[in-house]
Ligand binder design. Structure first.
Ligand code: PLP
Length: 398
């Protein structure tokens, strides 16, 4: 740090310099985040100092958090849950706002572990969870932190988790299953209803990672079952900072039962509240305000239009790519496309270097991964395809 403070002008020139190196989401097909809605930005500014880690001091921001949890509960059919309202829960759902999918996934598994431990179940070995091979790398962090074995079930030909593989991996030490509703690489939805049957049969928890799909699937023309309507689902991760158009960091974790939240509690002797069930201590009230504002502003109709826009872009890119001879790995389920192109790593590198397009690559098999987000436009897609055609032709005959 410098000894004497810089002037405002110097600071802002310094900041603008740094900002000029950011991409501003222009020509970005690799991110599951997007520009926040302007209402979310305004709301965020209004609550910039609010700390949800000390709820007694920020009762207003806390109310907004509770309202978001209630609205998300409605979106995810928490009305089908039969638990008493009040106490830790908003109407029939319990949960809190996290920093994103990673924290939600960590806390969901921590809740499973704590509940099983409280039930004094004896394990013959290390407790384990069974997740799809397609699960987000946040589960590597779960494995690293939690003293839990993470078992990866294989996928079927459509990149959904293979149920036979899941059942084979369950043993006497299994505490829970994970299904993905909108996996990161392919946008595919695991068979949550079948996972639910297996979870109920074996008395296991079932966490659904809908970090991306949570603000997409409910607004598709034919939504697949993935939420609390499915009886075995015990928790859901959903991220307002992805397709929810809120500011970063905005995630949410919802539970079917208050016992989950209870199991996460630690006492907080010097705060205005006696206990805390969140992973982080200090939490952004600004994110709660942003999410609350954008959800109320857009409503179901606004999010439906948002998803419709992204799905139209998805259909357009697949249709036009097919004309160039590039097939998708699967018919897209949501606004994520994996395109089979020759030498995808080199294509990706050249698209970025020559034309400034940011795309990513799936792990297995390697394909060009494109996420069609609200910041993309039909014009972007036309330009992108022209450049893709040039780059692939060049690679074929260098
Ligand atoms: N889960 C899924 C399915 C994701 O796609 C992602 C991120 O893309 C995450 C979890 C992690 O979310 P975050 O980066 O907000 O922690």
């Amino acid at each position: 740090m410098n000894e004497q403070g810089l002037s405002e002008r110097e600071i802002f020139s310094y900041l603008e310099n740094a900002k000029s190196e950011d991409t501003d989401y222009y020509r970005v097909f690799s991110s599951m985040c997007t520009r926040p809605h302007k209402i979310a930005i305004e709301a965020n500014r209004l609550f910039i100092e609010a700390n949800l880690g000390d709820l007694g001091l920020f009762a207003g921001a806390h109310k907004l958090e509770q309202e978001v949890v209630r609205m998300l509960g409605n979106l995810l059919h928490a009305s089908s849950i039969d638990v008493p309202s009040g106490g830790l829960c908003q109407s029939s759902v319990c949960g809190y706002l996290t920093t994103g999918g990673t924290e939600s996934n960590i806390q969901a598994v921590r809740g499973m572990k704590n509940l099983v431990t409280a039930g004094k179940k004896e394990f013959k070995g290390t407790p384990n969870i069974v997740i799809p091979a397609s699960a987000h790398f946040s589960f590597d962090k779960v494995a690293d932190m939690m003293g839990i074995e993470v078992r990866r079930a294989s996928l079927d030909s459509e990149f959904r988790v293979d149920m036979a593989s899941v059942e084979k991996l369950i043993n006497e030490n299994t505490i829970g299953l994970v299904g993905i509703a909108g996996n990161t690489e392919f946008g595919q939805i695991d068979p949550i209803d079948k996972l639910s049957e297996v979870a109920l049969e074996n008395e296991l928890f079932l966490h659904v990672d809908a970090a991306f799909g949570g603000f997409v699937i409910p607004f598709l023309e034919k939504p697949q079952p993935f939420d609390f309507k499915v009886p075995g689902v015990t928790s859901i991760a959903i991220d307002p900072h992805k397709m929810g158009l809120s500011t970063i960091p905005s995630g949410a974790l919802l539970f079917r039962s208050p016992s989950f939240l209870d199991s996460l509690k630690v006492s907080t002797p010097y705060l205005t509240t006696k206990s805390q069930f969140t992973l982080t201590g200090t939490r952004s009230g600004a994110s709660a305000a942003a999410t609350c504002a954008v959800m109320k502003y857009l409503g179901y109709e606004g999010y439906r239009k948002n998803v419709q826009h992204c799905m139209e872009l998805t259909s357009k890119i697949v249709e036009e790519a097919r004309k160039l001879g590039f097939e998708p790995l699967i018919e897209p389920v949501m606004n994520v496309v994996a395109l089979k192109v020759p030498n995808p790593d080199l294509v990706r590198e050249r698209l970025l270097k020559k034309f400034g397009w940011n795309v990513s690559i799936t792990r297995t098999p390697r394909a060009l991964r494109l996420v069609l987000m609200p910041h993309n436009s039909p014009e972007d897609i036309e330009l992108f395809l022209k450049d893709l055609k040039k780059v692939t032709a060049e690679i074929k005959s260098p």
